[in-house]
Design a protein. Structure first.
Length: 138
């Protein structure tokens, strides 16, 4: 099965994307959240107002992850660094995101991970096509 990544804000925060992620988990895929957000640990280095805001915002992310079935160990907070830094060399088949700059950085990294834009009307079909090619190449 494949390892796949999902951005959170404006991607996995969408109900239709959550449903798709649940489908992938049911099929045995290794689903990850890779978010630009600051982690709760990083929040403690911020001033008190930012700390509380970060922790509150991450509660929703954790609720969605729990609901979808994504373990906490499969959540990567990038603390505002580019996601390609984590994705590169980790064996992801695709990464679904709404941020064009993040998707371009994945391409520029040269990693075989396929970037997919969640705002494209055929994002789900594209992801499924990548997964079907991934199975053939195993």
């Amino acid at each position: 099965m494949a390892k796949v990544g999902f951005d959170f804000d404006n991607t996995l925060s969408r109900k239709m994307v959550q449903h798709y992620a649940k489908e992938l988990i049911a099929q045995g895929h290794d689903v990850w959240i890779i978010t630009s957000r600051a982690s709760n640990n990083e929040a403690f280095t911020k001033d008190p107002w930012q700390k509380d805001r970060i922790i509150k915002a991450n509660r929703k992310l954790f609720r969605v992850a729990d609901n979808v079935g994504i373990p906490r160990s499969n959540i990567k907070f990038m603390n505002f660094k580019i996601k390609a830094e984590f994705i590169n060399g980790q064996g992801f088949a695709f990464h679904l995101d709404d941020d064009i700059d993040e998707l371009v950085e994945i391409v520029k990294s040269g990693d075989p991970c396929k970037p997919v834009n969640v705002n494209h009307p055929e994002w789900k079909e594209t992801c499924n096509q990548i997964l079907s090619l991934y199975k053939i190449n195993l």
